[in-house]
Every structure is written in C-alpha cells, then in structure tokens.
Write a protein that binds this ligand. Sequence first.
Ligand code: FAD
Length: 806
Amino acid sequence: MGKKVVIVGGVAGGMSCAARIKRLDDTMDVVVLERGPDVSFANCGMPYYIGGEITDRANMLVQTAASLEKRYRLDIRTRHEAVRIDREKKTIEVRNLESGEIYIEPYDVLVLSPGASPVRPPIPGADGPKVYVLNNLGDMDAIAAAARNAKKATVIGAGFIGLELVENLRRLGLEVALIELQDQVLPPFDREMTQPILQELRLNKVDVRLGKTAAFIDDRGVQLKNGARIESDFVCLCAGVRPNTELARDAGLELGVRGHIRVDETMRTRDPAIYAVGDAVETADLLTSEPTAYPLAGPANRQARIAADAICGRVASYRGTQGTAIVRVFSLTAACTGWNEKKLKQAGMPYHRAFLHPMQHPRYYPNAQPIGVKILFSPQGKILGAQAVGAEGADVLIDTLATAMRTGATVQDLEQLELAYSPQYGGAKHGINMIGYVASNILNGDVAVIDPDEDAPHIQWIDVRSPDETECGMLPGAMLVPLDELRARTDELPRDRELGVYCAVGLRGYIACRILNQMGFKARNLNGGYRSWTWYHKPDAGSLPASCGPCGVKSAAVPAPPAGSAAFLDCSGMQCPGPLLRVKEAVSKLAPGQEIEVAASDPGFAADVPAWCNSTGNTLIDISVAGGRYVARIAKGNAPVLQASSGVLPGNKKTIVCFSNDLDRALATFVIANGAAAMGSDVTIFFTFWGLNILRKEKGPSVPKGFLDRMFGMMMPKGASRLKLSKLNMGGIGTAMMKHVMRTKNVLSLPELIASAKANGIRLVACSMSMDVMGIKPEELIEGVEIAGVGNYLGEAGASNVNLFI
Ligand code: FAD
C-alpha cells in the first residue's frame, strides 16, 4: 500500500486531486471527507438549473460518490466534517454528521480543498427565512422552490453569480431587482466596459440599483438606506465569498492578509505534509508574483492537478493566477483576464490602453456582431489585462489574449498570430490581429490617441462619420466632416487648435488622423470612437421610455406582427449604422402616426435607437429583447404616447431663458445650448430683460428714442464683448483675467459661441415685451435674432424636456 492521503472537500479541487492521485499511483489510499451530501457537483451550473435551462437535476451531479469509488477505488465519506488537525500526530478529527460520531483519521499527506462560503453582510434581517445564498445543491433547491411561488425577487450583489441568478430568475418570469453597492455591475471590470451589460439588464427589465446599500431585509423585501423600498418575495445574497480556512488557521498554518492559506508553487503549505488548493488558497499573481486569490473553478482544478503531481513525486509547479473569467448576461457575454485599469492605477503601474470594437466575423456574412474590447498594455507592449463584451466571440478573444498573456507575448506579437479564419468564425484581419495593430500603432506613434475620459476642453472635435450616423448623437461642439470629404475641406478646420478626430469605433478616425497629421494638423484619434465615448459619457444608455411593456425573455424568436398591423423590419445581422439607415428609409415611407417594429441583433442598436428617434422627431414607443434580438417599436413623428404641444417630441427639444447680462451667465447659456445642439437637440434661447444686452450690436445704428430709453441704452452693456463677470469683476480686472484665461485655454469667446450657436441652428429669440420696456429696437440686435412674445416661448417650453432659467 502507498501513502495515505486524506482530502478535505469533495468538489472541484478536492475531487480532481483525488482522481489524479489515483490515476498516477493506484497504490495510494485516498480518503475524501465531504461535509455536504454530494461530491463533485456542478456548482457553476446551479443558476441554470434554477432558471430551468438545465432541466434534469441528476445532471448537476457530475459524478456520484458511488461511481467515483467504483472507478478510482476512493474512500469517499459524505456528511463527514473535518473538525481539527493534529499536525504533530498527523491525524485529523472527523465528525460523522449523520451519527454524531467523532473519530480520528491518520494521514501521511493531507490536502485541504474546503472552498469558500458566501458572505452574509451585516444587514439586519440577512439571516431571515426568506434570504438565500447559493453555494451548494441544497441552496439551489431552496431558491428554485422559493422562485416557484414568487412574483418578485431581489438579488444583492452584481458580481458573476449575482448576474447569473438575475438572468435565471427573469427567465422564470419573476420581477427582479438588483442592488449593488458599487456604481457599476461586474466589479472585476472597468466601469465603462460594463455599460452594455447595464443596458442589457435594463432592456430585460431588471430593476438595477447601483451605488445602493440595503438598510434591512424583512419578510416583504428590502429597505434601502436612501429610504427606497423594494418589495420582493425573497432575497438572494450574492455579496462575495470568504475562504473556509478555520481548520487551517486552528492548525497554525500560515494565512495571508485576506485569510487565505499560503502555499508554495507545488501547492504545499509550510507543513510539508499538508497541501491546499482552490478557493481557500492564495497563489502568485501572474503579473507581479504578489499573493492573490481568485475564487474560480479553473485555477482550483489546475492547482489540484499540481498538488497531486507533487504528492506522487512528480516535478510540478503552479505558475500563478491571472483571473480569467466569463459570464453570460442575457444575450451578451462579458469576459476578462489579467488586471483591470482600476487595479493598475491603484498600483501605480504605467500602462497604455486601446479600445476597439472588432466584428466577430466579417460584416458581409450574416449576423456579424461587434465585440467591445479594452486591452491594457505596458509601455513595452506587455499585455497586462483585457476585457471584452459582445453577443458572440468575446470568449474567443479573451481566451486568446489570456493565452498570449500567459506566454509573455506582447501586443506586437498579437499582430503576428496566425488564427483560423472562415467568414462564419472570424476575420482575415482577426480581432486579435486588430488589437495588436491598434495597440502597436499607439506604441510606435503612428497615431496619437485621445482617451474618451480625457478632460480636453481645448480640443476641436471633428466627426468623420457620415451624416446619417450622427443622428444618434455627436460630441459637444463637434464639426461634421465625413472622412471622404476631409481632404477637400481642410480649410474649414482650425490650425491653431488641436483636433480630436472620431468616427464610430476608431478606424476611420485613425485614417483621418493620418491624413491630417501629414498635412500639418495636430490631430488625435478618439480611442474606441464614439461608441467608447458613449460608454463613459452616456450612463443612461439603455434607459427606456416609461411606456415599455413587460419583458419577453422567454420567447426564442421575434415573431413578425400579423399582416395588416405595424410594419416589420428585420435588421438582424446588420451593423450600426446599417439598422438605423434601414429604419430611416422605412420610416420615411410611413404616414404620420403609423408604427413600425424593427428587430436588430446589434446591441449598439438598442443604445442608438432612442437617440435616433429623439433627433429625428420620431417616437420610440417600446424597446425589448427577445431571443437575442432587440425589438424597437417606433411611431412616425409625434405619436400619441409622447405627443407634445407643438408637435415636436420631448427629449429632442431644449429651451433656455437667459435673463442676465453677466458674462459668466451668458457663457454658461451658450455653452449648454451649443452642447445640446451638437447632441442633436433643437434648442431655443429666449432672451428677456438684461439678457437682451447680449444680443445688442456693439456699434448699433442710431435710432430715434425717447429720453428714458436713451438713458437705459447708455447704462446697459452693448453686446457680448462688453459684458462683465457677476462676481470678482473688480473694476474690469477680473473680467479681463477671465477672457485671458479663456484665450490661453482655447475656450471659445462669447462672440464665437454666439456665432457657433447660429451656425448650429439654435433659435435666438428676443422677448418683445422686454424690448419694449427697455427701449431696445430691432435694428440694435445682431443678425439672425427672432422677436417673439411669451406665448411663443411657452409653446416651445411645453414641447421641451429641459427648460433652464439663467
Ligand atoms: P468547492 O468546489 O466549493 O468545494 C469545497 C467543498 O469542501 C464543499 O463541498 C464543502 O462542503 C467542503 N468542505 C468545506 N469544509 C469542510 C470540512 N471541514 N470538512 C469536510 N468538507 C468540507 N467558477 C468559475 O470559474 N466559473 C463559473 O462559472 C463559476 N460559477 C459558479 C457558480 C456558483 C453558483 C458558485 C457557488 C461558484 C461558481 N464558481 C465558478 C466558483 C467555483 O465553483 C469555485 O471556484 C470552485 O468550486 C472552487 O473549488 P474548491 O474545491 O476550492 O471548493
């Protein structure tokens, strides 16, 4: 007989280790102690059993104790708990949980694979009868039973398991609320990369509450600290896990700062007779070799294999963990490997980043889908981490990048990788090669990038997309110069300002930058294009009109509406702006008020269609997801649901009342107005009382006036250049300083902002009543100002969704 090995924990790490030991050396006597009733069960599959995707509970048991004993001649003892280790005597005290008997089991080698337990945060009521965690098959059965009789559920924690549960509870038709302490879902990702996931959750009618804390849980639901109440029939806690290391701690084994068992590269603890693997241990981080811990099944299984090899006398070493993980959230997949940007920043490690949106296969082949990718790399090109989100293909991209990272490949090496290609699967310019090209372009200075989160008020944005694409929105103050017109229109571009060039995802922006830089302009390409920019700056992406109906996640396909009802347009497989161009064409053929239902598979469509409807004066009645397709119901023009008084849709219109002639207030007025116009809004500024002075010509014609009117005219500033600051004017010094600072920082002056407003089609309306009171004549106002009464303003304001008084 060989050595006697006792293993604590009979699931991922424990059972892998046991089976490998027996495969390597059948003479070993292996005892597995498992306190639960099952061994080798599929913990990762549990959310899908709850949601009904896995229908046969027997499939959750990858192996049974009986089948394993038979195949490997293992001694498996379920419902047996290891309670104390005596390292000197090399024995372990075991409690039989069925009989209560306690006995001593000797060992030559002990392997600890006790896993981790869900954290129950210290929320009053968190231990209540309707509050569940998901750690074993018993928990799974309890949640499945609770869901059967429930209408509403709340999940606390938006990590991997939390999101899996959310999806599966929605699948069962429950109303689901998701509460997350942080201001994002999926904390292992950088926030902007989670925006499509947030959108996906909201499209699937999940009530997501970010940055919120539960105050207490009771029988009827959850009370948040901000006073909001979430009614629910039961609550699932998915607030992270804590390693089960009491046994190791009591035995005096060394633990790390977060309580994980310390092991060497053979998975051996400081005690040469004790090994440890899985969620309970900390191992070296692949990048830094610092201790780290990721509760993931892949590392647990690999560590178990290394431990078994070492126990059987083989030379083996565990080469660190990098945290490669993946999750499906309804129609999307989010995957990551290595470090995220938050962690790099915290550690002060120098890095570059590239954002891309490669297609999972060529556009010409049906159902091409974009994958949002962020890659982080060192100034030398070493891959530090990557994140990807998309409908299909994110898994392949991240696995390839994880492999490259593991083998020490650089972003330059990615350019050279030869990867399988056929139109169904990838591109001849594979997404991985593209990531290499883009990252290398940044490193070797082929193009300078401007990051979407960079504070760049001095930048003149140049949008090189086609005009149709801009209907979903533009960057504030951007000039539209489509790429193919760029060479002919360079005289319109300012030479004294740095240009920030962008397209939809970065490729045309890159080409434009190459052209402009060779012509002597200073141009930088927006990293990841407009799409990445919206992930930073449009946190409301995916928010839906209030009229949206219930979710249809259960159905497998989008049925076309019956003949004679709303028109139906299938844009599946098309890429943005393809669906919007088709929608535009189809809507143009409809009669006012007539509806069309549009199905698209590009998740970008779901984010873009609300903006498109707003900017084109059409009505988004509803948007939902079904069978992986996004279905928008659009009414031509101002359909009854969102009808506005003036026939213009709310959401597309902004009104500002400018009452002041203070320079700072006037600046604020025009900055906001230009920004809104650039984002597709229809803007009206209504100038009244002192605000009228902004519109006065500096050298107006002499017009006949009475004494009081003349006095008024002399006392008030004449035009935009003569205004003073509301505060710190200090006899004009403060105002001069402000103008100087604005000039040096390349901020447009007030007259320039007014010119830009006129060019952007902003309506400048002077209040006729105020003009009369203040004795200002129409001839004294700058060109292009309309004169109208209060009724006109009220009509505009009634049709707008933002009305500011400055
Ligand atoms: P476990 O597999 O948890 O096994 C530990 C076992 O030890 C338990 O059965 C426990 O009862 C037993 N035990 C503990 N203490 C004692 C004791 N004193 N005496 C006897 N027995 C004891 N990872 C992924 O990579 N991808 C996924 O998709 C994924 N999905 C998941 C979904 C869910 C719902 C859960 C809960 C986990 C998921 N994981 C996933 C994590 C993955 O399951 C774990 O990382 C992995 O199982 C860890 O293996 P382990 O051997 O360390 O612990």
